[in-house]
Ligand binder design. Structure first.
Ligand code: PRX
Length: 635
C-alpha cells in the first residue's frame, strides 16, 4: 500500500479498511520500509497490562532506513539543511552520503567510549546538525537515546539521567538561542555531581565558552572524531535490532510531580513516523521541510529526524528563534532555503502575528505549499492569519493533534486531501480509532457531542511503557477507562464528525506548546525556604496559550513581595528550568480547601481567568472567607 492517499474518497476507503483489517493495513504500510527480516506477527496486544507489540520478530536498524537505503538514489541530495542562530554565519548542508558518513564516525566514537546496544545515552545539545548525528549514531549502535531539551535545569537533567541510568552524556560547551547563550556543559557538570552511572561525557565545540574538562570522564567530540579518522575506522555496520527493542526515552510531564520517561520502540515508531510524515504532508521528492520544533521535544524527534529521513526528505534544522534578531527571521529562513512545508506551533504564530504585517514586507514566501501546526489548540484568529498572510490562501494547514506518547500525528487533515476547518484537527488518520467517553467511561456516540478523548485500538507509534515503572504507564493511560488509551484531552466532535481538541482535562498545562505539570511546578515552588504551600493553575495567555499562575502561601517572608517573587522564580528555574517559571505569583494567606484537605482548583482556575462572580459552590470549603481574600488580591 502506498503511504499516501490522494483523494478524500481514497482516504475514506483506506480508513474503513484500516478499521476492519488493522493488521493487514499496518503490514501493508510496513512493507514500505527496509527490514533485514520481516516480522513473525504484526500485532500482539492487550490494554489491561498493557502489553503492546508491533512487528515482533522483525530485524532491522532504523538508521538503515533513514540513511543507507537512500545512498544510491539520493546520496548527493540534502538530508539536513542547517541554519544558524546567527544570520551572518554560513548555513550548512549535509547530503545523505555526508550524514551517513558522520553518523558512522560518531557511532565509532560512541563504541570507542564504551557505549553499546541497550545502553541509555543522555543528549543535551543545541540545535546543530551534530544533535541529529548523535541521535542517529545512538540508534545505529542500538543504544537508547534520551534527549533533554536545553531549557531544563541541572536538577531536571540529573533526575532524568538517574531514572534511565545513563552511562554516556553527549553535550556541547554552550548553545545559542536568540540573544541568549546557554552554558550547556556547565549545566551538565552541575547535574553530574548527583549521577554515578555516567562514565563518559562527549563535548562538542559550539560556543567556545570556557568549560571544565575532567580527565578520564570528559572528551572532546572533535578529538574523538580525529581518532576515528586516523585509525581508519569508516563505515559502521548498523547493529541489528528487533522491532520491539527500545529506540528512545523522552521525558514528559504528567499530573504527578515526577516526569515520566515515555518509551518508544524501533519498529513501530519508524513505521508510524515515516507513514504520517509522508501522508499528512504529502511529501514530494525535493521538497524542503521546515519543522521549527527543537529536537528536545517529540515533534523534533519525529518530524526533523526520523520521519523525514526515513522518507528521503530534506529537513531544515534551525538553531535560532523566530523573533531574533527581528520578527522577520523566520520568513528570511523560508525565503533563503525556499521552504515548501512549514510546520510550526500556534504560540510562534501568535507571537509573530503580534508584530503586525511589517516583518513580512519584502519577504518572498512563494515557495510555501503546505503548512502545519502542532502542540496546542490553534485559535481561529491565528489560524486565519497563518492561512492568509503565510499561506496566501493557497496552502492547506495541517492542524496535527498528537502527543509525546503517540509518536506521530493522530488526528489531522491530510494536506490537499482533507477539507480543513479553522481550529479543527479534523479527522483521524487511517489506522487511528478515536472515541469520546463521558466521566463514567461510557462511549458517546454520534456527532455534535463532546467528551474525553480516548483511542480504542493500538497503533504502531504508541508508547510501550514508562521507563522503569510499567505500573505508572498502566495507571496513567490505561486505567481511567477500560480497554482504552486515555489521552488526557477534552474534545468535541461536530455535526460533520470533525474533531476539535479543547485542551487538557487533567492537571497538565500547555505553555507555549510545552507540557508542564502543575504538581511539578508546585513541588519546585515549595522548595523555596519561605514557602509553606502553593497551588498552580493555568490562565489564558495571548501568546503562550496558557500562562502559569501560582498562589503561594508565604507567611514569614524574608524579603519584600517583589524580591520573594523573584527568588521563587529563580527556585523554579533551578529545579525544573526556565520554561516552567510562573508568569504570575499571588501571595495568599491560605488556599481554598475542602474539609478533607483537597485544594479546590476549580475556584483558583476561575479567579486566575479573571472570573470573580460565578465561582460555583463554595459551601464545602473549610474557610470560605479565603476565597474573598484571594479574589481581592488577584493579579
Ligand atoms: O493537549 C494536547 C496538546 O498537546 C498535548 C501533547 O503535548 P506533548 O506531548 O508535549 O506533544 C506536543 C507535540 C505533539 C496534547 O495532549 N496538543 C498537541 N497538538 C495539538 C494539541 N491540542 C490541540 N490541537 C493540536 N493540534
Amino acid at each position: 500500500m502506498n503511504l499516501q492517499v490522494k483523494s478524500f474518497k481514497e482516504y475514506q476507503d483506506v480508513y474503513d479498511y484500516s478499521v476492519i483489517e488493522p493488521e493487514k493495513f499496518w503490514a501493508e504500510i510496513a512493507e514500505n520500509f527496509l527490514w533485514r527480516k520481516k516480522w513473525d506477527r504484526v500485532l500482539d496486544w492487550n490494554f489491561t497490562e498493557p502489553n503492546i507489540k508491533w512487528f515482533s520478530g522483525a530485524k532491522f536498524n532504523i538508521t538503515e532506513n533513514c540513511l543507507d537505503r537512500h545512498l544510491d538514489t539520493l546520496g548527493d541530495k540534502p538530508a539536513i539543511i542547517w541554519e544558524s542562530n546567527d544570520p551572518e554565519e554560513n548555513h550548512r548542508i549535509l547530503t545523505y552520503k555526508q550524514l551517513h558518513q558522520k553518523v558512522c564516525q560518531f557511532a565509532h566514537v560512541l563504541q570507542n567510549n564504551g557505549a553499546k546496544k541497550g545502553d541509555r545515552i543522555c543528549i543535551y545539545m543545541p540545535m546543530v546538525p551534530e544533535l541529529a548525528i548523535a541521535v542517529l549514531a545512538c540508534a545505529r549502535i542500538g543504544a537508547i537515546h534520551s534527549v533533554v531539551f536545553g531549557g531544563f535545569s541541572a536538577q531536571s537533567i540529573a533526575d532524568r539521567i538517574i531514572d534511565a541510568e545513563c552511562n554516556v552524556v553527549i553535550t556541547a560547551d554552550g548553545g545559542f538561542r536568540g540573544n541568549k547563550e546557554t552554558p550547556l556543559k556547565t549545566v551538565i557538570d552541575d547535574a553530574l555531581v548527583q549521577c554515578r552511572s555516567v562514565k563518559k561525557v562527549i563535548v562538542l565545540t559550539r560556543s567556545r565558552t570556557p568549560v571544565s574538562m575532567l580527565k578520564g570522564r570528559d572528551v572532546w567530540w572533535e578529538d574523538e572524531i580525529k581518532k576515528v579518522e586516523t585509525s581508519g575506522q569508516s563505515d559502521f555496520p548498523a547493529v541489528e535490532t528487533d522491532a520491539e527493542d527500545m529506540l528512545f526515552i523522552l521525558y514528559t510531564s504528567g499530573s504527578t510531580g515526577k516526569p515520566k520517561g515515555v518509551v518508544h520502540t524501533c519498529g513501530g515508531y519508524m513505521v508510524y513516523t515515516g507513514y504520517t510524515f509522508a501522508n499528512v504532508f504529502q511529501y514530494q521528492p525535493g521538497e524542503v521541510h521546515f519543522c521549527t520544533a527543537d529536537i528536545g521535544w517529540i515533534t523534533g524527534h519525529s518530524y526533523i529526524v526520523y520521519g523525514p529521513l526515513s522518507q528521503g526528505a530534506t529537513a531544515l534544522m534551525f538553531e535560532g528563534i523566530p523573533t531574533w534578531p527581528d520578527a522577520g527571521r523566520m520568513w528570511d529562513v523560508v525565503q533563503k532555503h525556499k521552504v515548501n512545508i512549514l510546520y510550526t506551533a500556534p504560540t510562534a504564530i501568535r507571537s509573530l502575528m503580534s508584530f503586525g504585517d511589517k516583518p513580512l514586507e519584502g519577504k518572498d514566501l512563494s515557495s510555501l505549499t503546505k503548512l502545519g501546526s502542532v502542540g496546542e489548540p490553534i485559535n481561529e484568529e491565528a489560524w486565519h492569519w497563518f492561512d492568509d498572510k503565510i499561506g496566501r490562501k493557497k496552502c492547506p494547514i495541517a492542524d496535527t493533534w498528537w502527543q509525546t506518547e503517540n509518536g506521530g500525528h493522530m488526528i489531522s487533515p491530510i494536506c490537499n486531501v482533507t477539507p480543513t476547518k479553522p481550529g479543527y484537527a479534523t479527522l483521524p488518520l487511517p489506522g487511528i480509532q478515536p472515541v469520546l467517553v463521558d466521566e463514567n467511561g461510557k462511549v458517546i456516540e454520534g456527532n455534535g457531542v463532546s467528551g474525553n478523548l480516548c483511542i480504542k485500538f493500538p497503533w504502531p507509534g504508541m508508547l510501550r511503557t514508562t521507563y522503569g515503572d510499567h505500573e505508572r504507564c498502566r495507571t496513567t493511560y490505561f486505567a481511567t477507562y477500560e480497554n482504552m488509551y486515555f489521552t488526557g484531552d477534552g474534545c468535541l466532535r461536530d455535526e460533520d464528525g470533525y474533531y476539535k481538541i479543547t485542551g487538557r482535562v487533567d492537571d497538565v498545562l500547555n505553555v507555549s506548546g510545552h507540557r508542564i505539570g502543575t504538581a511539578e511546578v508546585e513541588n519546585a515552588i515549595n522548595m523555596h525556604s519561605d514557602v509553606v504551600e502553593s497551588a498552580v493553575v493555568g490562565y489564558p495567555h495571548d501568546i503562550k496559550g496558557q500562562g502559569v499562575y501560582a498562589y503561594v502561601v508565604c507567611p514569614n517572608m524574608h524579603n519584600d513581595d517583589e524580591l520573594t517573587r523573584k527568588d521563587i522564580t529563580m527556585t523554579v528555574s533551578r529545579i525544573i528550568g526556565p520554561i516552567a517559571k510562573p508568569d504570575k505569583i499571588q501571595f495568599v494567606s491560605g488556599l481554598p480547601k475542602t474539609r478533607s484537605g483537597k485544594i479546590m482548583r476549580r475556584i483558583l482556575r476561575k479567579i486566575a481567568e479573571g472570573e470573580t462572580s460565578n465561582l460555583g459552590d463554595t459551601s464545602t470549603l473549610l474557610d470560605p472567607a479565603i476565597v474573598e481574600e484571594i479574589k481581592e488580591g488577584a493579579l
